[in-house]
Design a protein around this ligand. Structure first.
Ligand code: MG
Length: 363
């Protein structure tokens, strides 16, 4: 019997959401007051599967490209729970470089699987929720007085991630240290030259810096190797790492990697990446884009596996369309519900999904 005769047909709907940032989010290469994200909802066998694609211009994606990539997926890929890996392989093939769209598809499948089994994703993966790490809270680049105020506002978080990579790095560090002695992680987002990086890492020594992320452009591994020999601060790859295939070249250059579901294509790929990095003795940070609680909660489900979390994209926005993972004094608290354990809040995104569900099904 063909699958369509024995398996209930799935219905896929998408809604584009405008996530309003609480503060202008400035990093070395960009500044944004809002980011667009795509929320995906699939009804399959009486269950709801949720996912999110937060596209990144850094990786050649936009809300429009993620949306059309997702709409191009045949809905029958969601229909058969027995064909989990096969469906993910097929989607990866169709979506190509649209990794955020692949992440959304992967989240939906994991959510539906958990709901069919009646268990949260972390339990299906054999992970202990009590081992979820503390998340850092990110402070974007700004005028020193604003940075100081933002650091004071983030009092509830024991670790901060400080964005750098422009001319005022030293003033930013001074502003942070006027407000707190807490440990910090620095993210230069590829913003330094080799010479600048040597100088800046030198003055970051002794400033209670846990790690520095992506000091040099992604492709400059030779520069990175030299830099690693000049500092005792662990250097982590973010833009330099996108898939498990990148790991062998990065081992011995970076001490750790930043894994993001939107960058690698979801939970299954993130687990592969983590395994590959561990085999090379590397540390793991789980990071994010500016995302709603759908994407952040999916990442939080695998957070007991990692050394560091930077899962604060949902905390940097004013209008989170969903609710899931929470935190206590910065420590991630995984929701007890099945699957991703995330639900959409009443509001514009849920209204749009309901309206689309009544309309024609995307082809
Ligand atoms: Mg980064």
């Amino acid at each position: 019997m063909p699958p369509s005769d024995r398996i209930p047909r799935s219905v896929l709907v998408l809604a584009r959401a405008r996530l309003e940032l609480a503060h202008t989010f400035r990093i070395a290469r960009s500044a944004d007051d809002f980011r667009e994200t795509i929320i995906v909802r699939v009804e399959s066998g009486g269950l709801e599967g949720l996912g999110e694609a937060a596209p990144s211009p850094r990786y050649g994606q936009s809300a429009a490209s993620a949306e059309s990539a997702l709409a191009s997926l045949p809905a029958l890929l969601f229909d058969d729970p027995e064909r989990f890996d096969e469906a993910l392989d097929a989607a990866a093939e169709i979506l190509g470089a649209e990794k955020a769209a692949l992440a959304a598809f992967d989240m939906v499948l994991h959510d539906l699987r958990g709901k069919r089994l009646g268990a949260p994703l972390h339990r299906i993966l054999g992970l202990d929720a009590s081992r979820a790490p503390v998340t850092s809270f990110t402070i974007g680049i700004d005028e020193p007085a604003v940075v100081e105020a933002k650091v004071r506002e983030a009092e509830g978080f024991p670790v901060l991630k400080i964005k750098m990579g422009l001319e005022n790095d030293r003033e930013i560090l001074d502003a942070v240290r006027r407000a707190t002695a807490r440990p910090i992680r620095v993210d230069a987002n590829e913003g330094w030259t080799r010479e600048e990086a040597v100088e800046k890492l030198h003055w970051l020594e002794g400033e209670n810096v846990e790690l520095v992320e992506q000091p040099l452009p992604a492709g400059d591994l030779e520069g990175m190797r030299t830099l690693a020999g000049c500092t005792s601060i662990p250097l982590f790859a973010d833009e330099s790492v996108r898939s498990a295939d990148d790991i062998p070249a990065l081992a011995g250059v970076f001490r750790g990697i930043n894994v993001k579901l939107m960058k690698c294509g979801g939970v299954r790929e993130a687990l592969r990446l983590i395994r590959a990095a561990r085999e090379h003795g590397m540390k793991i940070m789980l990071g994010c884009m500016i995302e709603s609680s759908v994407g952040i909660t999916a990442a939080a489900q695998i957070s007991p596996l990692v050394d560091y979390a930077d899962l604060d994209g949902n905390l940097l926005i004013r209008n989170d369309p969903a609710a899931g993972v929470t935190h206590e004094a910065g420590k991630l608290v995984l929701p007890p519900g099945p699957g991703l354990g995330v639900a959409l809040r009443e509001g514009a995104v849920l209204d749009a999904l309901r309206a689309h569900a009544r309309g024609p099904r995307p082809e």
